[in-house]
Design a protein around this ligand. Structure first.
Ligand SMILES: [Fe+2]
Ligand SMILES: [Fe+2]
Length: 473
């Protein structure tokens, strides 16, 4: 069961051949997906051979096979984690009952919405990143970008499988619509805000992979707890892929920070813009931006939707099965940081309606660990500077802080103070123009753009000067 059938037109481990109706639906969707990939996927590299990993099994160890692939020939398919035998619903109103193999009728619309919202983010990020290849800092980074891109494409397959397999005609219509929306489009934008922001340069890309892909990790982890077992199994395997995306983001920013610190030390100056690297305050402003738009993805602090998802056993908490409370949260409270008139306060709210905030807290703690590792790079270079996560109220468009102005340190400030200082806190046009000016492609094997350090090790044990992408003449 864990082996994936690659003889099929659509690789899968769900016995697609045994379900003709579903197979036909997906085989009809496949060429439309490919059209979308050609139109909206990595621009200028569709003919290149890329050293990519492909899933060959779904167990945690050794599931990937590395080989040269032209991206349009990548074997996108349907891979679910192994079923847990006798799995019981771990939380909510249906806790302790056997998991559902089919969609319960009363939750059909809600589940469809959850799946579509997750599914929409996957092609969106491919669209956001489609121009980056032309400005790659190395073949290693170019390959990592494409790996992330093809896997986001596969994540779209994962959600389309659920829609087509379990939601009938509605599901097939949603599958079509997922290929119709476009990131940043005025009339048919992607569903969530952060997925309509441009990713114009590689610092943005690495920050996006660190912050926004990590939101994906937390959403997938809470959907992996779902009582709807096919969703749970789908998300569990997606999480194993997602880990690499966050690795790309964290090490990418870390290598930029490292290179900047090297140049600061060599030049004994923090005025490094003339020296071809990205100054630490600019990195902080990018961090502030990507962190704040990603925090919005978790939704409002207080949410009856989130409470209903939980009570209906559709979407759990992060690592639900490790929690030793009643996993129903009927009377539990949770401390929520919010706004009380003119003050930022933390107060106890019902845990059920605070689930978005709780997931956001888990996320912020995870982000903080990554930022601490970046700060170790700075400290090791003997430089007196610390990157920090902005306060959760900073630059928010959703939730209690959307209507007010909050400084990165958490102070509630006036519009006038915001106007006077936001250029210190968010990337300015000058910052973006400067970073853009550094984005000249480096494609010689083993060479790296001057603004980023080489990685500690290559992909799949390959040397740093490995030709990760081969261009066809
Ligand atoms: Fe994804
Ligand atoms: Fe991802």
């Amino acid at each position: 069961m864990s082996r994936i059938d690659y003889l099929e037109r659509i690789p899968n481990n769900v016995d697609l051949a045994g379900n003709r109706r579903l197979q036909r639906a997906l085989e009809e969707w496949q060429p439309k997906f490919l059209d979308w990939w050609i139109e909206m996927g990595p621009e200028g590299f569709q003919a290149a051979d890329v050293y990519l990993r492909t899933a060959v099994g779904v167990d945690a160890q050794g599931w990937a096979h590395f080989d040269w692939v032209r991206m349009p020939e990548y074997r996108w398919g349907i891979f679910l984690a192994e079923p847990e035998s006798q799995r019981l619903i771990p939380f909510g109103g249906h806790k302790g009952k056997p998991v559902w193999a089919e969609v319960p009728g009363e939750y059909r619309a809600t589940l469809r919405r959850l799946i579509v919202t997750q599914g929409d983010t996957e092609p969106a990020s491919v669209e956001q990143q489609r121009h980056l290849g032309r400005a790659c800092p190395s073949l290693y980074d170019l390959r990592n970008l494409f790996q992330v891109n093809v896997e986001e494409g596969r994540h779209l397959w994962a959600m389309v499988y659920l829609l087509d397999a379990y939601f009938g005609r509605d599901g097939r219509e949603e599958s079509e619509a997922l290929l119709q929306r476009r990131s940043g489009h005025a009339d048919k934008p992607r569903i969530l805000g952060a997925f309509n922001e441009p990713t114009p340069d590689w610092l943005s890309f690495f920050m996006f992979s660190f912050f926004t892909d990590r939101d994906g990790k937390y959403q997938l982890a809470s959907l992996a707890e779902s009582g709807f077992d096919p969703l749970s199994r789908t998300c569990r395997f997606m999480l194993t892929e997602e880990a690499h995306h966050m690795f790309v983001g964290e090490t990418g920013v870390g290598r930029i920070v490292q290179r900047t610190c090297e140049v600061m030390r060599e030049g004994k100056t923090d005025d490094v813009r003339g020296r071809g690297v990205i100054d630490l305050p600019t990195i902080q402003r990018y961090l502030n931006f990507h962190c704040s738009v990603s925090l919005d993805l978790f939704g409002s602090e207080i949410s009856t939707n989130a409470a209903n998802f939980y009570t209906n056993s559709l979407k759990g908490r992060f690592e639900e099965t490790k929690r030793d409370d009643d996993r129903q949260l009927k009377t539990a409270l949770y401390p929520v940081t919010t706004l009380d008139g003119e003050r930022v306060v933390t107060r106890d709210e019902p845990a059920l309606t605070s689930l978005n905030e709780r997931l956001r807290d888990d996320y912020v703690a995870d982000c903080a660990r990554g930022v601490a590792r970046w700060n170790q790079v700075i400290a090791r270079a003997g430089i007196d500077f610390e990157l920090t996560l902005p306060h959760r109220g900073f630059h928010r468009a959703i939730g209690a802080f959307a209507e007010v102005k909050v400084a990165p340190d958490g102070r509630l400030i006036s519009e006038a103070e915001w106007d006077a200082h936001h250029r210190e806190w968010l990337p300015t046009d000058e910052d973006r123009a400067y970073v853009a000016s550094l984005m000249t492609p480096v494609t010689a094997p083993g060479a790296f753009a001057p603004w980023i350090a080489s990685p500690a090790r290559g992909i799949n044990g390959q040397p740093a000067d490995f030709t990760y992408v081969r261009f066809t003449p």
